[in-house]
Design a protein around this ligand. Sequence first.
Ligand SMILES: [Zn+2]
Length: 416
Amino acid sequence: MRTRRLSARWVLPVGGPPVERGALLIGADGRIVAVGPEPDVPRPTNAPAEDFGEALLLPGLINTHTHLELTGLADGPPEPDFAGWIRRLRAAKAARAPDAFLVAACRGLTDCWAAGVTTVADTGDSGAVIQALAEAGGSGIAYQEVFGPHPDQRDESLAGLERQVERLGRYVGGRVRIGVSPHAPYTVSGPLYAATAEFARRLGLPVAVHVAESAAESALLARGEGEFADAWRARGIPAPAPLGRTPVAWLEEHGVLSGRTLCIHAVRVAGPDIGRLVRAGAAVAHCPLSNRAHGHGVAPLAGLLAASLRVGLGTDSAVSVGALDLLAEARAAGVLAGLSAARALSLCTLEGAGALGLEGEVGSLAPGKWGDCVVIRPPRGLVAAPPEELVLASGPRDVLVTFVGGRDVYRSSRPL
Ligand SMILES: [Zn+2]
């Protein structure tokens, strides 16, 4: 790749204030060389330069929770019965041909790029997403899921996970990482949580877990009651022991919480649970539109941020929210916690990178970081607004070009 220079009316580094009439220089190695006001950014004679006129140039967005292998699996809003929805989703996955997961993952990844997202943290069990990331030159963490609600399944489930991590290791490298995801408290036994956490520690792998999402999950762990508990009883699976734990306390008790753990959803977390997350140094993937679509309630985002937890934004799957739109998540998060447009933008860029432990590599436009950026057309009629507000008022249809490591991976067919 050649060194390239990009410029636009507004450059939003995110790590610093917006620059009017700014430019960005990306080196041949795909990393940022310089960013700042037009006159301060070098113009190497052999570097192609591209000016995007009135557009906004900002870091590529970081989606901290996707299930790209589910792309195209279902249409329409999810039904209100969450436990039933999970069962039907798993049946739909089981009916999908193995090859179809890779097709879905590739489409999901290109959809992300078209919506301005350049790094994903994805959970799934097919292994298709890490392959898609590696083969397409993407950036992200693929967390390999493991399931097993009966304590007797522990050894078999763990062995399966170990085999998958070994098999998928061929795709790890460069900008593609692998992690593990003991799926959720209603699909994973306490012993399997502990064993998976130990495996992750041994290999130094990051961990992602869906936690404190639904009322049914909390009822299962607190009292052995509710839809998930009923489903477990019907399958001969013993209730969690001991009862009386919150979902976050349950994870803590099984050694799952650490500075490498990403807690997805974290809706039902009260003060003591926030304290547990803080003590462990865990991060949160906040998914406001998925939480709303499933009727799970409202996560205490302001409280999580006030506690200085690392928080990023995630869309969850297309099966939950339809087309993935991380800027819509940022708007929802901003309303929820009363955030400025600049902070909401930070959550889906630099802070999202921080939640994944990737803040040294991506999330802002700074020398040394990857040349991941997105060019957005300002929404009509709003051009006088502050640039962060212009970004937040836009959506996937306004994305003009997306770059990953200085390579344009998406260009809109619409005129500039
Ligand atoms: Zn999810």
